[in-house]
Design a binder for this molecule. Structure first.
Ligand SMILES: [Zn+2]
Length: 141
């Protein structure tokens, strides 16, 4: 259920950027602290988008490790486990610097150049290609 609501939020970002164009792949960064199961997210993606133009699109999930900065000794640590304690000095005064992401980093579009007037050619007719669209990562939730 958690993953399904996240997929709906991601879907909203895709809708804003795809603007009716066909989408092949949605690239997503998910922080380790989000407690999201990537496989569940991918499974829910199809369900959440059944009635959209990107129903057949692939969700490419990249997990981002949790990182912290220690406020006492300034050590930056990539956490292997979810204990928010500085391993260098044992301090619990840490700032989370990574691991809370849920970002749509880019969207691949199915190439529609041959159907769009007024734009120079290049790609062959009917060839499936991808184009990066989102210029800045979009926070989904
Ligand atoms: Zn420390």
């Amino acid at each position: 259920m958690h993953e399904l609501s996240l997929c709906r939020a991601i879907s909203g970002v895709v809708a804003r950027h795809a603007q009716g164009r066909e989408v092949s792949v949605v690239h997503l960064d998910v922080g380790a602290l989000r407690q999201v199961v990537p496989e569940s997210l991918v499974f829910c993606w199809g369900l959440a988008n059944a009635d959209t133009a990107w129903a057949a699109s692939e969700l490419d999930v990249r997990m981002v490790p949790a990182t912290i900065d220690c406020l006492d000794c300034s050590t930056t640590t990539v956490l292997d486990d979810p204990f928010l304690v500085c391993p260098a000095c044992g301090s619990a005064a840490v700032r989370i610097t990574g691991g809370e992401e849920l970002l749509v980093t880019s969207i691949d579009l199915v190439d529609t150049q041959d159907r769009v007037r007024g734009r120079g050619g290049g790609a062959g007719r009917g060839r499936r290609a991808s184009a990066r669209t989102a210029r800045h990562p979009q926070r989904a939730a």
